[in-house]
Write a protein that binds this ligand. Structure first.
Ligand SMILES: [Zn+2]
Length: 116
């Protein structure tokens, strides 16, 4: 194998290990989204109508379970935590993509692949 492809492989290996290390450093991961909701109840003499002070905020975590949408109400502390874990999950997906792409690049560097 040429030293050019050796260099390339070494670089790819480095990228791969870097992505793996980032995955290892990740905290908890969960799917879904968190939304902040505030609303007017519609009662004419409620403060939400008379003074414009909305109800809430309420935090709602939405995710799919077996293809069905599930909503869970959260307090602000839990909402913070869940948002962070969702963010971790997105990072995890990205990093998994990097592992795949890097692996594919390694395969292409030392394998002849003919499309059939
Ligand atoms: Zn109201």
């Amino acid at each position: 194998m040429s030293s050019a492809s050796d260099k390339k492989l070494a670089k790819l290996h480095q990228d791969y290990e870097a992505a793996k290390a980032q995955i290892q450093a990740l905290g908890y991961v969960i799917p879904g989204t968190v939304q902040k909701r505030q609303y007017r109840c519609g009662k004419p003499n409620c403060r939400c109508m008379t003074k414009g002070i909305l109800h809430g905020p309420y935090y709602q975590w939405t995710r799919k379970v077996n293809g069905k949408t599930v909503n869970i109400n959260l307090d602000i502390e839990s909402a913070k935590k869940v948002r962070e874990w969702i963010q971790n999950n997105r990072r995890l997906r990205k990093l998994c993509g990097r592992l795949e792409n890097t692996s594919l690049a390694v395969l292409r560097t030392n394998t002849t692949m003919d499309k059939t």
